[in-house]
Write a protein that binds this ligand. Structure first.
Ligand code: GLC
Length: 528
């Protein structure tokens, strides 16, 4: 079954709920805060919002350590607030997606507490010590049960048992995927999804989607599991969408997902370093990054070839039924504006993101050019474990010039993370009042994309030039020029039809007979 139409037309927006808007002045964002800003999101033109986990959690990993899948954490409000938010987003023409964390729970989840005290329970993966030592990676049991458990990410996130693809006689904790524990966990997963879909949410971003079945060559067992979930979903909630954090659409879509996030590509599995389109290495260190310049490098030293190859491979494998999501950033990685990148470099990046045949996802604040704030202490996500410099991408949304940039009425010192201290920090209010701002540009680009389906994932793509500037045709009808580098670039061409193209939106690109001239950090969208 193909992806629901609403997804194919979607412009996604990610809200990190801690940092978006604090309605009750306790220094941390909440669901009512989100509800208070839905007019803004509708004005911007986004059609679907996904929020990071908002469920009861000790917040050792910012909510990715869930203690109750069915209850909203009090810091964000309560279940009624979430139910209201679902209705309010719908009333604004926006769909709401939640974050599903299938692979692990918090160590405080009652399932884990029970398992740590009952050797007959197999919802988690337990090993007995051999020769006085636990097998590698296993963490000592916190309960009366002897031995240790396998974590999925941080030590305080015990992996739920979905079985192993391969068994070994001397490793009895490797249960088959159809053992009792894995069956119970698969059933629980459906119950959780059914619960929130029943409330009216439109789907899930699925955390660490490839991590479920262990020792799983080619992810065959994990893919079987998700295809089973998808078959159930197609029957019971055909309008719902599953978006995976997998990082490999060519595997994730055939495994049952409607779309996969494509923030990084390449990587050891593809015989090279991991790369990002937007940044060279990144300020955050969740993964090991290659060091070659990215394509959106101001010096024009990057190459878009690796991205295009990876995208085209993915596209040809997944075909019609699935999508590639291209985010500006997320809560784990550096923002679009990181390190030396200046605001003037952002328009070509958005022009690319919003005219390429992928689903765009805007990370909150990137639309006004909020920067990655360097040097912030790690908070959640590192209290009990090493941090990954992720705080710099998670600072409060900058709404206006008032106290705490309009994020919260709490004293500045009691905010969960500080607001960017830069006196020139951009704000939504400032940019809404300025027709020439990045915010208005992003809004216009979204409107153009939504008005012309050729610019969406269904329109054809013909690359005319893959250096600086990048030039491509969408749907045979739109010419897009993107020059992310700080020098004028001239592109000769021999297509007479380009010369008569009319500008839809452009900054410093001139299309003439025989050549296209692109000023530094420019882009152009033209209709043929
Ligand atoms: C995903 C999340 C990240 C979290 C991890 C463990 O990568 O995006 O924030 O720390 O999973 O759940």
């Amino acid at each position: 079954m193909a992806a629901p139409t609403w997804l194919s037309d979607a412009v996604l927006y990610q809200i990190y709920p801690q940092s978006f808007a604090d309605s009750d002045g306790d220094g941390i964002g909440d669901l009512r805060g989100i509800a208070e800003h839905l007019d803004y999101l509708a004005w911007l033109g986004v059609t679907a919002v996904w929020i990071n986990p908002c469920f009861v959690s000790p917040m050792g990993d910012a909510g990715y350590d869930i203690a109750d899948y069915f209850a909203v954490d009090p810091r964000y409000g309560d279940n009624n607030d979430l139910a209201r938010l679902v209705d309010q987003t719908r009333a604004h023409g926006i769909r709401l997606l939640l974050d599903l964390v299938p692979g692990h729970t918090s160590g405080t989840h009652p399932w884990f507490v029970a398992s740590a005290n009952d050797p007959r329970d197999h919802r988690y993966i337990w090993a007995a010590p051999a020769g006085g030592r636990l097998p590698e990676r296993f963490v000592p049991s916190p309960g009366t049960r002897p031995g240790g458990y396998l974590p999925n990410f941080f030590d305080f996130q015990p992996a739920l048992n979905f079985g192993y693809a391969r068994q070994k006689a001397d490793e009895p904790w490797r249960q088959g995927t159809d053992a009792e524990g894995p069956r119970a966990n698969r059933a629980a997963l459906r119950t959780i999804m059914d619960h929130w879909l029943g409330l009216g949410v439109s789907g899930f971003r699925v955390d660490m989607a490839s991590s479920l079945v262990k020792d799983d060559p080619g992810f065959a067992g994990t893919a079987r599991l998700w295809r089973e979930v998808r078959a159930w979903l197609d029957r019971t909630h055909p309008e719902a969408a599953l978006l995976s954090e997998w990082g490999d659409p060519a595997l994730a879509v055939p495994a049952g997902f409607h779309a996969d996030f494509f923030l990084q590509f390449g990587g050891p599995a593809n015989g090279g370093p991991l790369r990002s389109l937007w940044s060279t290495g990144t300020a955050t260190s969740l993964k090991e990054w290659g060091t070659d310049p990215c394509y959106f490098d101001a010096g024009g030293r990057g190459s878009i070839g690796t991205f295009l190859n990876a995208y085209q491979d993915a596209f040809h494998t997944i075909g019609e039924p699935g999508h590639v999501v291209l985010p500006t950033a997320n809560h784990d990685f550096a923002r679009l504006r990181t390190g030396p990148r200046t605001p003037e470099q952002l328009p070509p990046a958005f022009a690319f993101q919003l005219t390429f045949p992928t689903l765009p996802a805007i990370y909150y604040g990137d639309e006004i050019g909020m920067r990655y704030v360097p040097g912030l202490p790690d908070t959640e996500g590192s209290v009990l474990a090493p941090g990954y410099n992720r705080s710099g991408s998670r600072t409060p949304m900058q709404w206006d010039p008032g106290l705490n940039a309009g994020f919260s009425a709490a004293p500045a010192g009691s905010l969960y993370l500080p607001v960017d201290p830069d006196p020139d920090r951009p704000t939504v209010a400032g940019q809404r009042a300025d027709r020439n701002s990045l915010l208005h540009l992003v809004k216009d680009l979204i409107a153009i994309r939504r008005a012309h389906p050729e610019l969406g994932p269904g329109g054809s793509l013909e690359i005319l030039h893959d250096g600086y500037p990048l030039a491509y045709l969408r749907g045979g009808r739109f010419l897009v020029i993107v020059n992310p580098c700080g020098r004028v670039r001239v592109l000769p061409h021999d297509r007479p039809e380009l010369a008569s193209a009319t500008g839809v939106k452009h900054t410093g690109v001139v299309v003439a007979e025989a050549k296209i001239t692109a000023s530094p950090f420019s882009f152009g969208i033209f209709r043929l």
